[in-house]
Design a protein around this ligand. Structure first.
Ligand SMILES: NC(=O)c1ccc[n+]([C@@H]2O[C@H](COP(=O)([O-])OP(=O)(O)OC[C@H]3O[C@@H](n4cnc5c(N)ncnc54)[C@H](OP(=O)(O)O)[C@@H]3O)[C@@H](O)[C@H]2O)c1
Length: 273
């Protein structure tokens, strides 16, 4: 089958990575559809009856799970979804996974043993959490307030993740690969704040708060209980230094280095004004 005769499906096609993967596949002239709760293909992780129809005629798909592969029901959902994909004749799945989450690694294994061609893209925390996600208000207010100390994380630009995902969907040489993708440098939240201050030419500070102050701030912003539990798990358990190393997935998949955090803030200056 040639690339142009294949049909692609992007699950979560309005999300940070899904939106870009969808556009990049479109820009290559490929036949791609996007699936979300209100998208051109109706898909809801909480309504398994929507899964089967979404897979009709699909050859390759980009699988993002929501809210996170670490939630208790994720392995069961991923196992059922992969089995369905196999029945429907899907040939390849590229799974977006997260680093340092044992439950996400169980989901990776489910995809790896599904009998389908696969690529795993295991990503560090996204730069775009600051421009399109939960950290955006911190930059507006001038203080990054989180329950973390000096721990470092190799934040990655989602454009890099998406280039790896698109490569995996369009070139068989990425079959069976697990790409651990990170940015090129380890940065503490205090160093991230310094980068923002330097590039935006206004003071952005970092403040370590307690886990209970963090929960209170989320409650004050009407974040729902499940999301609070997930975020607390990510900040108080996963962000403990276990991911404080850079990995070479971007370079291995694409033959080029990942973008720096400084380049991300510079390119998004107007978003942070
Ligand atoms: N953010 C990070 O730093 C990071 C790092 C590593 C891995 N990840 C992984 O990336 C994935 C996406 O996380 P994200 O927070 O960045 O979100 P996101 O991809 O920016 O947005 C979520 C996407 O999923 C869709 N969606 C939401 N609820 C859904 C449901 N019940 N059924 C089907 N689709 C649904 C949304 O569209 P609709 O709302 O229109 O349905 C949207 O397209 C997660 O699995 C996360 O673990 C994230």
């Amino acid at each position: 089958m040639t690339l142009s005769s294949k049909s692609y499906l992007v699950i979560g096609s309005t999300g940070k990575t899904g939106r870009r993967v969808y556009s990049k596949l479109k820009a290559l002239g490929l036949n791609v559809k996007g699936a979300t709760r209100n998208g051109e293909v109706h898909f809801n992780w909480q309504s398994p009856e929507t899964w089967s129809a979404s897979l009709i005629g699909v050859d390759a798909l980009y699988l993002t799970y929501y809210p996170d592969l670490a939630i208790p029901r994720a392995p069961d959902d991923i196992a059922k979804f992969c089995a369905l994909a196999k029945i429907k004749g899907v040939e390849h799945i590229t799974l977006l996974s997260g680093r340092g989450e044992p439950a996400a690694q169980i989901c990776e294994e489910i995809v790896q043993t599904s009998g389908l061609n696969y690529t795993i893209v295991r990503a560090s925390w996204f730069n775009q959490n600051f421009s399109e996600g939960m950290f955006g208000d911190f930059i507006k207010r001038g203080t990054i307030a989180l329950p973390v100390g000096g721990v470092t994380e190799p934040f990655i630009d989602v454009d890099d993740i998406c280039d790896v995902v698109v490569a995996s969907l369009t070139n068989d040489k990425h079959n069976g690969q697990m790409y651990e993708v990170t940015g090129p440098e380890l940065l503490s939240f205090s160093q991230l704040a310094e980068t923002f201050s330097q590039v935006l030419e206004r003071a952005i500070s970092f403040k370590q708060i307690t886990p209970s102050e963090f929960v209170q701030s989320l409650q004050a912003n009407h974040v729902d209980t499940d999301a609070i539990a997930m975020l607390s798990y990510l900040f108080t358990e996963v962000l403990d230094g276990r991911n404080a190393f850079v990995a070479d997935g971007v370079h291995r998949a694409l033959g080029r280095p990942p973008k720096t955090f400084h380049a991300f803030v510079t390119a998004n200056r107007s978003v942070f004004r």
